[in-house]
Design a protein around this ligand. Sequence first.
Ligand code: NAP
Length: 538
Amino acid sequence: MSELSDSTYHSLIAGENVPGTRGLFRATDPSTGQKTGPEFSLLSKGQLEAAAMAAGEAFPAYRALTPEQRSSFLRTAAEKIETSGEQIIATAMSETGLPRPRLQGELGRTVNQLRLFAKVVLEGDHYGARIEHPLPDRKPLPRPDIRQLKLPLGPVGVFGASNFPLAFSVAGGDTASALAAGCPVVFKAHNAHPGTSQLVGKALIAAVAEHNLPSGVFSLIYGPGQDVGQALVKDPRIKAIGFTGSRSGGLAILATANARPEPIPVYAEMSSVNPVFVFDSAAKSAQELAQGFITSLNGSAGQLCTAPGLLFLAEGEVGDSFVKEVSNQLAEATGVTMLTPSICSARVDGEKKLADIPGVHPVGYGTAGSTENAPAPAVYFTDVKTFIGTPELSEEIFGAVCLIVRYQHNDQLKAAVHSLEGQLTATLHLDTEVTEDLGAAQDLLPHLEQKAGRILVNGWPTGVDVGEAIVHGGPFPATSDGRSTSVGTLAIDRFLRPVAYQNLPERLLPEALKEANPWLLARRMNGENQPAPERRGA
Ligand code: NAP
């Protein structure tokens, strides 16, 4: 049951309820296939303009906040979401079919993310402040006074992901990093979880109001992607896009952004099969390894961008025993409700297509879940030649379906890696005491670095730590711009751009670059790192 009352809910534009003129819709409970919760009105294309305009108007005041002010706003946003936590989780359960523990974890991640960015903003490393004092006597030419600072791009349009109704949705990583950078956000809600979006949106709007910020700092809009979403990308006030979803959706948004009179950056996370390389020294522990694999594959019904969709395994007895163990354990696994009927049917169709490819054979199946939209997890296998010769075999099937690829020697493995598209992750399983496998892994590593944003050893790619060093990105099509990450503190960089100030008098310099360092930032000064002065009361 949704926790929202029966009234009709609307887009929240600059703090106001704005009834959409494009009709009404309700969420679907994927476990029953029945409509659930109240009605939501859909915005029409023309109405979107008000949100972009409000964001544009809010930008000058919002970008000018001090680190303390912006940091405090982000902390309040986290508190407001936490206060409504129970209501948010109950609503998300009814709209997504995801279980309570998963959503509790996601809520925790969402508020922690906001608090992490509050800390980043306060410490101010993201400003990237650099100062080069003048060298009037330098030969052959004197050096002027040059100072550099990273500044927010402007209003950002964010598209929420279906598979993370909290951590990659209204107040998720893209929103948190854009707000931290100093960019107002217009958020296009995913229509699969409108009530969850409404509750989190209201919490953000309450934080905006409590801090007396311009109301256009955050808006939430409901509407069809093809129409309102496209209008958001085209709006001249929007200066960057964050997106998580399908390859076709991401590419359509990228094309629109590039076709604008003023093209803008699009950070789209789209598709990844996350190859896992199991060497014999690890495959020997077949029981334990198969258990980890199936848990990673079937968790959240495989609807994680980092789910292992491909596993490479050498031919031979050790590999055969592992495959047998996977088959046995998979038979005990049960399908989990998927997020929407359409995501479920795309997954079922994807599996049919895979199973029909000549040279692809089943390893085994689990059992379908007792609810609607809960297909049985499935694992198939093929040989490396078929894999390399059939590009469709490396396409993402969003769900608990994996293809095991058997190879004979390491050169074939390298050739297979070369045939792969860009990936979010690549995982190696090996006994690090076995010299032969360690050597093979070392040999493969430079090739994997060319293909993936994160490389792991003896773990599973699902479960992304949110911190300072993480990269959740990767070459195309994992993302549209592999130079960045959408998770972790470095995500803020996507919404900043450097500006250099040459020979500005002290009074005209931004606070971050003033000689006296009033914001107490760590700065790079004349080629040396200068630590941050201690904050009073710190
Ligand atoms: P999606 O269909 O790409 O939708 C994501 C968001 O983008 C939605 O708000 C959607 O709005 C909007 N959108 C879609 N096409 C658009 C377009 N041409 N122009 C503007 N906006 C557009 O993704 P999804 O609904 O989350 O899932 C569908 C499929 O995406 C899955 O089956 C899976 O293959 C893939 N997926 C991958 C990942 C990953 O991490 N790799 C994550 C989630 C989904 P509307 O719904 O209103 O169209």
